[in-house]
Design a protein around this ligand. Structure first.
Ligand code: COA
Ligand code: AMP
Length: 632
């Protein structure tokens, strides 16, 4: 079947379509139904009810049983420390089963939450799979988040245990994870029963940090592993949560996206061939972080479910040591599919515009280059395609979906792609463009991108502890549809163009952040009377946040000093990855007569785009001041 037939079939006969996909997994107990109505589920429907499985079993034990124990499951490549080593499926299983034993000994059982706050080291993967082995729920927090953000997630997920490491290693500094974790636990209302800390001893002396351990609370990973008894996989129901992954919404409180087990395993397994054209024994290199959804789906679960070899890369696309880093990885591990955010390729292009480094390496094993995480601008698309001579596939998805919504599915049919478009809806997704009242709109007209319900397997099932927020964030705006929060259009060939968020979510270097959250932090400074934070276009990182501040009267602080303090505050509260570096003081903000800040207008001014002044504006003069302050 070609792409169009396959897609049509998935929409017309979802049960038949997904029954076939689910049958490719080694369930402990086959699902009784494929898709059923279930009023008890926040979505009102359920995939694979009655099915039982364990995703860690499918990712590891199953392959060993199939005779693939000696195949490499995971390559660890860390130019930042100089370390490189690999694990076969048997070795990874051995480590995971033992670490699951460590967790079990600490009382972790099915349904318990375990927060994982770790750098890009194999132990992060081992911890995730070990939690899944016990039927417990992991919640990985990206290592770039500061203590406050970690505390917010600890309070929401209420973990029994936190797994972390002594420190992270960035090109120019060491990140003290353990002290950040200690601070987060002090700040959090919920107190875990303890922690397990991996001490990074196998790094050069200059990059070592010995962290202090609290007797009876902090457990040393290495020591605990010495006496661990391997744990067996625990059977879970298809709909049991595998993980909670927090993502930015429009408020200061991140949303805990809940992923089920059976739907996710089925969808990822399907996507490995259909979208990435990868099969057992192939090599996938996803240059992301285990703290993001790409890390969950395509560094860990997807490749391992499919019996591929995956690469855990602790480094940057540039400066570790140069702009040839990705190409080296492709040559060294004979990578078949590489996946990274466009910002990574923009960084490579900036450092090496003629792609001189590329000529030093043999990347003939690479079949396709995939990009996602933010819009792939046509210039980066053209450069990558021209310099590598490889098909470049932009594909669109979200933390919520867990796997691609739109793509040119390389394993189904080689379709032509269009610059600026993430191609066509993936089988399972019925993607539409709706106007603000929820009516479908014509081809080439811009509107709200929505997906007709039911969502295919693998997508979020709810927001952790807040099913009402799940409804209000995604299902209420357009009844019968999932509102993606992205705007764009579908052209007359059916190609989807994602043009950007319709809410206060921004994307900085492929990292999803909330300007609403930054506003809350900025507003907490005692000298700030009012503020607004918007994302402005940035040629390297896609977007960068900019703060517009109204200072309180009569305080002894200059705008320059205030900017410095606000930059430090956002770094301290959210983390360096927010890249909040500009806070401009103004006398007034453009507002409607009812007092609502016209953020959309400010965004357009910041980007130097055309704008229409809304008739509801309170003081049109405020626009000139903003233009002046932003230098536009
Ligand atoms: N732990 C702790 N801190 C981190 C971190 C982590 N895992 N990742 C980033 N940071 C910090 C950095 O140290 C930096 O701090 P600094 O301001 O003190 O220098 C800050 O966050 C910003 O980091 P980064 O975005 O990496 O900026 P950069 O200018 O060093 O690098 C790029 C620019 C484009 C090379 C880099 O952003 C990049 O590789 N982006 C791709 C991201 C990606 O793969 N996203 C995947 C989503 S699918
Ligand atoms: P995240 O949840 O971090 O994966 O971020 C999801 C958001 O990133 C989406 O809602 C989009 O705004 C943006 N995004 C991801 N992939 C693409 C893409 N291929 N094209 C345009 N935007 C994208």
């Amino acid at each position: 079947m070609n792409y169009r037939q396959t897609h049509q079939n998935s929409i017309n006969n979802p049960e038949q379509f997904w029954r076939e996909q689910a049958s490719k997994l080694a369930w402990f107990r086959q699902p009784k139904t494929i898709l059923s109505n279930n009023p008890e589920q926040p979505s009102g429907y359920e995939w694979f009810a009655g099915g039982e499985l364990n995703i860690c079993y499918l990712a590891l034990d199953y392959h060993v049983e199939q005779g693939r124990g000696e195949q490499i499951a995971l390559y660890y490549d860390s130019p930042i420390t100089g370390n490189k080593y690999s694990y076969t499926y048997s070795e990874l299983l051995h480590e995971v089963a033992r670490f699951a034993g460590v967790l079990q000994q600490q009382g972790v059982a099915k349904g318990d939450r375990v927060v994982i706050y770790m750098p890009m080291i194999p132990e992060a993967t081992i911890a995730m799979l070990a939690v899944a082995r016990l039927g417990a729920i992991h919640s990985v927090v990206f290592g770039g988040f500061a203590a406050h953000e970690l505390a917010v997630r600890i309070d929401d997920a209420q973990p029994k245990l936190v797994v972390s490491a002594s420190h992270g290693i960035e090109p120019h500094r060491l990140i003290p994870y353990k002290p950040l974790l200690d601070l987060a636990i002090t700040k959090a209302k919920h107190k875990p029963l303890g922690t397990v800390i991996y001490q990074r001893n196998n790094v050069p002396d200059a990059k070592k940090v010995v962290c202090s351990m609290q007797e009876g609370f902090d457990i040393d990973w290495q020591r605990a592993m010495e006496s661990a008894t391997p744990a067996n996989p625990v059977t879970v129901a298809s709909n049991d949560p595998l993980y909670i992954l927090y993502t930015s919404g429009t408020t200061g409180k991140p949303k805990g996206v809940v992923r089920d087990t059976g739907g996710y395993a089925t969808a990822l397994h399907y996507s490995m061939k259909a979208i990435y054209n990868l099969e057992t024994g192939d090599v996938m290199f996803s240059a992301s972080d285990v703290g993001w959804v790409v890390g969950h789906s395509y560094i860990i679960y997807g490749p391992l479910l499919a019996g591929c070899s995956t690469i855990l890369y602790e480094g940057k696309p540039v400066f570790t040591p140069d702009a040839g880093a990705f190409w080296r990885i492709c040559e060294e591990y004979k990578v078949n599919a590489i996946f990274a955010a466009p910002t990574a390729f923009r960084a490579i292009r900036k450092e090496d515009p003629e792609a001189d480094f590329l000529r030093k390496y043999d990347i003939s094993s690479v079949e396709n280059i995939f990009m996602a995480g933010e819009r792939l601008d046509p210039a980066t698309f053209a450069w990558t395609q021209e310099k590598t001579g490889k098909p470049v596939i932009d594909h669109w998805w979200q933390t919520e979906s867990g796997w691609p919504i739109c793509a040119s599915p390389a394993g189904i049919e080689k379709l032509s792609v269009k610059a600026g478009s993430s191609s066509l809806p993936v089988p399972g997704y019925n993607v539409m463009v709706l106007d603000d009242s929820g009516d479908p709109i014509a081809a080439n007209e811009q509107g709200n991108i929505a997906i007709q319900l039911p969502l295919p397997p693998g997508c979020l099932t709810t927001i952790w502890g807040d099913s009402e927020r799940f409804q209000t964030s995604y299902l209420q705006q357009f009844p019968g549809y999932y509102a993606s929060g992205d705007g764009g259009y579908i052209d007359s060939d059916g190609y989807v163009f994602i043009m950007g968020r319709t809410d206060d979510v921004i994307n900085v270097a492929g990292h999803r952040l909330s300007t609403g959250e930054m506003e809350e932090v900025v507003a907490s400074h005692p000298a700030v009377a009012e503020c607004c934070v918007v994302g402005a276009s940035d040629s390297l990182k896609g977007q960068q946040p900019i703060g517009l501040i109204i200072m309180k009267n009569g305080l002894d602080i200059t705008p320059e000093q205030l900017e410095k303090e606000l930059v430090a505050l956002v770094r301290e509260e959210i983390g360096a990855l927010a890249c909040f570096k500009k806070a401009v003081t103004v006398k007034q903000l453009p507002k409607t007569r009812s007092g609502k800040i016209l953020r959309n207008l400010v965004r357009k001014i910041a980007d130097g785009h055309d704008y229409v002044v809304p008739s509801t504006i309170d003081d049109p003069e405020s626009i000139n001041e903003i233009k002046h302050a932003l230098g536009n």
